[in-house]
Design a protein around this ligand. Structure first.
Ligand code: FES
Length: 116
């Protein structure tokens, strides 16, 4: 297949890391679920921008490059996320590209807040 694989790493609050391989074009919610990354309650609304449980923290450089595609809906939901940071995004709204995500470490927040 011509689908590019992208290597990304999830880092948990205790500092442990899990490396995963993601298909280019998948979003970060799919990346977590498809790789059985163990985040309690993650993706509760199944990617419909209705829960904020897919909150992840991007490196600043990646966040900056993606900042133009944050929708109003995502902003509103992000505001309700637990432990919001300057570079927080909702995983279901972030699509993985080789160019931006190869080798990147994405932080898992300390807790989640299911807004539903
Ligand atoms: Fe619910 Fe992303 S999975 S907002």
């Amino acid at each position: 297949s011509c689908t590019e694989k992208v290597n990304i790493t999830f880092e948990f609050p205790d500092g442990t890391q899990q490396k995963v391989t993601v298909k280019e074009g998948d979003n970060l919610l799919e990346a977590v679920l498809d790789n059985n990354v163990d985040i309690d309650g993650f993706g509760a609304c199944e990617g419909t921008l209705a829960c904020s449980t897919c909150h992840l923290i991007l490196p600043e450089a990646v966040y900056e490059q993606l900042s133009s595609d944050i929708s109003e809906e995502e902003m509103d939901m992000l505001d309700l996320a637990y432990g919001l940071t300057e570079t927080s995004r909702l995983g279901c709204a972030c699509h993985v590209t080789k160019e931006l995500f190869e080798g990147v470490v994405i932080k898992v927040p300390e807790g989640i807040n299911d807004q539903r």
